[in-house]
Design a protein around this ligand. Structure first.
Ligand code: NAP
Length: 296
């Protein structure tokens, strides 16, 4: 069993990973309360103590709008800390599995982005996540950087839970309909991460898998389409509000977001032999976890 250090174990993705990894690897899992990424010395010490063969970094500053007014904190967590982790991983010739985002792109056009497309983040969050990727690459460590999008889970703070709450409070919701991407469940990302881990654990000194990959659920929709699908999936539990489509301009936010968040995931499928589920199927699977047993 490979020795794995999971960082960010208290986040929505981190929780899924922590729950499923323990059966497969020798796991050390640390939450923010146990290891704060703003303390680089503590980060180095924790990695040296755990002596991992593989580090999985699921921690990030993910408050996209708040990052506009807290750029330094976002930079420390999303850019500085990943570079520190990567330097430690390079020292021991281990592997780093790290997550990044569709928000590294500027959202122009309508074609799904491939990994080699030019980046152009629109927000502080996107800039800091891109700097994190670049810092990891500069360390020269063996790495699998997984860019994903629109992450939600049965647990944690996310769009799914926001919609269910607002749906209980209001008769009508106006939701942005011109940002297009793929809602991706933490559960599906976790399944893919297990596939990655198995391949890395078996690869010896080989570095062929090292690189950046896009990893989202299959298909596409808008936030408005995602909201409607959420209310349909939970129709047995709560009455759906009327969901009206609006353009981005009608819902001003501190951070700008890409219109085109489509990511082409062929590279991941080619390297790891795994295709993610259709986004609607992944949503229904998460709904089954949350709905009372008589409605599943
Ligand atoms: N959420 C999305 O829609 C989305 C989209 C694309 C990519 N991603 C990427 O996917 C990965 C997983 O994100 P997620 O959705 O699981 O986010 P999340 O639920 O916000 O989890 C992030 C975790 O990082 C922790 N964290 C924040 N600041 C920290 C610090 N200073 N030191 C240590 N830990 C800290 C958080 O702790 P607290 O809970 O205590 O703050 C939280 O447990 C991230 O790399 C993210 O950038 C997410």
């Amino acid at each position: 069993m490979p020795r794995v250090l999971l960082l960010g174990a208290g986040g929505q993705l981190g929780m899924q990973l922590a729950r499923t990894l323990a059966a497969e690897v020798e796991l050390t899992a640390l939450t923010r309360a146990e290891l704060d990424f703003t303390d680089a010395d503590a980060l180095r010490s924790a990695i040296r103590l755990a002596k991992p063969e593989i580090v999985i970094n699921a921690a990030a500053y993910t408050a996209v709008d708040k990052a506009e007014s807290e750029p330094e904190l976002a930079r420390l967590v999303n850019a500085v800390a990943p570079a520190v982790i990567a330097t430690e991983v390079a020292r021991t010739n281990g592997w780093l599995i790290h997550y990044s985002t569709d928000y590294v792109f500027d959202g122009s056009g309508t074609k799904p982005w491939v990994e080699t497309d030019p980046t152009g983040p629109l927000s502080v969050y996107g800039h800091t996540k891109l700097d994190g990727e670049l810092g990891i690459a500069a360390s020269g460590c063996r790495r699998v950087i997984l860019r994903t999008s629109w992450v939600y889970a049965a647990e944690g703070r996310n769009f799914l839970h926001t919609m269910l709450r607002l749906g209980r409070e209001r008769e009508q919701l106006k939701i942005v309909d011109d940002q297009i991407g793929a809602p991706t469940s933490a559960e599906a990302i976790t399944e893919a991460t297990h596939i990655v881990l198995r391949q890395l654990a078996d690869c010896g000194e080989d570095a062929a898998a090292s690189g950046t990959y896009h990893l989202t659920c299959v298909g596409e929709t808008s936030w408005c389409g995602f909201a409607r699908a959420i209310f349909a999936a939970f129709a047995v539990q709560q009455k759906a509000p009327e969901v009206l489509p609006i353009p981005t301009e009608a819902y001003p936010t501190p951070a700008r977001r890409p219109r085109n968040s489509r990511l082409n995931c062929d590279k991941f499928a080619g390297q790891f032999g795994f295709r993610m589920p259709q986004w609607e199927d992944a949503l229904n699977k998460v709904a089954k976890v949350l709905l009372p047993p008589e409605h599943r």
